[in-house]
Design a binder for this molecule. Structure first.
Ligand SMILES: [Zn+2]
Length: 68
């Protein structure tokens, strides 16, 4: 994955923030959308949202099953 507009640290922070929202509001990783999925004239979040959802799914799984 290339980080054109955001740093890897920002990407990871965003993953953890979304994980918190997903848990707090009883959502799933599939409920996370990029702005440009609603309005193709927008570029944000300037990352591969499919890859992001996949990474979010993995993070949620790891936190759920591997956190003591
Ligand atoms: Zn936006």
């Amino acid at each position: 994955m290339t980080f054109d507009d955001i740093t890897e640290a920002q990407y990871i922070t965003l993953l953890f923030e979304c994980e918190k929202w997903v848990n707090n509001y009883d959502l799933t990783y599939m409920d996370v959308y990029g702005h440009n999925e609603f309005d193709s004239s927008k570029s944000c979040p300037n990352l591969d949202i499919e890859q992001f959802r996949s990474d979010l799914r993995d993070l949620i799984f790891q936190i759920k099953y591997f956190t003591l």
